[in-house]
Design a protein around this ligand. Structure first.
Ligand SMILES: CC(C)(COP(=O)(O)OP(=O)(O)OC[C@H]1O[C@@H](n2cnc3c(N)ncnc32)[C@H](O)[C@@H]1OP(=O)(O)O)[C@@H](O)C(=O)NCCC(=O)NCCS
Length: 381
């Protein structure tokens, strides 16, 4: 007799652990990190100030924040071998392959890698710091430019733009990127965080867990959606063409990137915050920015009317991210590595928390293949 097993495809609706890091309310469209609302953090905080409670549990006092910033800053420079990996692989493959490869090479330069003695908090700071430097450096080499050493006087987002462009960024651009990084810093047990935990739960090392997360983030159903959403806006070309383009795509049963979410069945609160930046972008003198902003707003209006309330498909964090990144002149090819850069503290926080009460993650699958077959030698098959 066939056993009755309830299968939750994609582990949808399945709780696998407890956590005190992040709460996502997909019905009300609310998100908080360590108890603080995303709106409050995005408005008043910085990426470093948000990363600290993700890792350490509480908001930092001034001295603690300064030490944390200094630790991040001290770890920003890339070993020459990592720069060489970037230099040799750029324009040969997807930037996420380069990021994953470079991050998986970082332990070669970490003397405390042995998972029993390594300090996971220090490793986390190293990863948060270096992933930003790697991403910025990939961006430079993509355009035939050379590595720029980090500037110790700059904050995380500011330094990212400095290492990417080789010039001091404006306060305005730095603040926009800082906000984007805050919005991407954490999002509970999304696919990439879960895959980091699967790896960590075997008591492998944090670099391996982090590398698993990068590989998972790469997919178009997860981190690559912001890039693909922007590519769609470029393909639409003109806001007046939006309705036609999207109707065609939907008729062909294609998914519109940057819409829909496994948890949010309402407007993603991060998308709402990012959208608020578009008012200013509508006034831009830059034709590209003005155009993609109008297309994004037209697509949002149409999708909400068509699939919002009726199907629970609303804009997610990725939809407006592309136009905003372009507004601060970030190349499209590093959008997904930049997502990883922002998500680094979230990945690390979950790895550390999960290991405090580790249980090997090993779900079951229901075998539906044949049994009791008899092996036939190759000559008689
Ligand atoms: C994120 C995502 C994978 C979540 O999907 P999910 O919870 O597995 O939802 P499902 O795939 O079960 O989708 C349910 C229905 O909505 C439709 N749907 C979901 N997202 C859609 C989208 N972006 N565009 C058009 N239709 C969509 C599905 O086709 C499905 O329709 P059906 O029931 O007629 O087959 C999905 O919404 C998606 O592919 N979005 C685009 C990629 C993206 O923006 N990812 C970033 C997420 S932050």
């Amino acid at each position: 007799m066939k056993s009755v097993v309830k299968i939750e495809k994609g582990l949808e609706g399945v709780y696998f652990t407890e956590s005190k890091i992040c709460k996502v309310d997909g019905t009300l469209g609310r998100l908080c990190y360590r108890g603080y609302s995303i709106e409050d953090l995005a408005e008043n905080s910085t990426f470093e100030e948000v990363s600290y409670p993700l890792l350490f549990g509480v908001l930092p006092k001034k001295g603690e924040l300064n030490t944390f910033k200094k630790d991040l800053s001290d770890k920003r420079a890339l070993p020459k071998e990592i720069i060489k990996i970037i230099e040799e692989s750029v324009n040969k493959c997807d930037t996420m392959h380069i990021l994953r490869t470079a991050v998986s090479a970082l332990p070669l330069y970490d003397k405390n890698l042995d998972s029993k003695t390594s300090d996971k908090l220090q490793d986390s700071i190293n990863l948060i710091s270096k992933v930003a430097s790697i991403t910025a450096t990939i961006g430079r080499y993509l355009y035939g430019k050379k590595y720029v050493a980090p500037n110790k006087n700059l904050g995380h987002a500011e330094n990212f733009l400095y290492m990417l462009n080789g010039v001091l960024p404006s306060k305005k651009d730095s603040r926009i990127l800082d906000k984007m990084m805050i919005l991407h810093a954490e999002h509970s047990s999304n696919a990439s965080t879960f895959s980091a935990l699967v790896t960590a739960s075997t008591l492998s090392d944090i670099y391996s867990a982090f590398t698993s997360a990068i590989g998972t983030l790469k997919g178009p159903l997860h981190g690559e959606a912001d890039e693909n959403a922007l590519r769609m806006m470029y393909a639409i070309k003109d806001a007046n063409n939006t309705e036609n383009y999207i109707n065609n795509a939907l008729n062909k049963k294609e998914r519109i990137m940057g819409f829909g979410h496994r948890i949010y069945k309402t407007y993603d609160p991060r998308a709402r915050i990012i959208r608020s930046l578009l008012t200013e972008m509508q006034k831009s003198n830059n034709t590209e920015i003005k155009n993609i902003t109008e297309i994004a707003l037209a697509a949002e209006k149409m999708m909400i009317e068509k699939l919002g309330k009726s199907h629970g498909i609303w804009p997610n964090v990725d939809f407006f991210a592309g136009p905003v990144y372009r507004y601060i002149n970030i190349p499209i090819d590093i959008f997904t590595p930049l997502f990883a850069t922002g998500r680094s503290p979230g990945w690390c926080a979950h790895i550390i928390e999960y290991l405090e009460n580790n249980r090997l993650i090993r779900p079951l699958e229901l075998y539906e293949g044949k049994t009791n077959l008899h092996y036939k030698k190759i000559s008689s098959r």
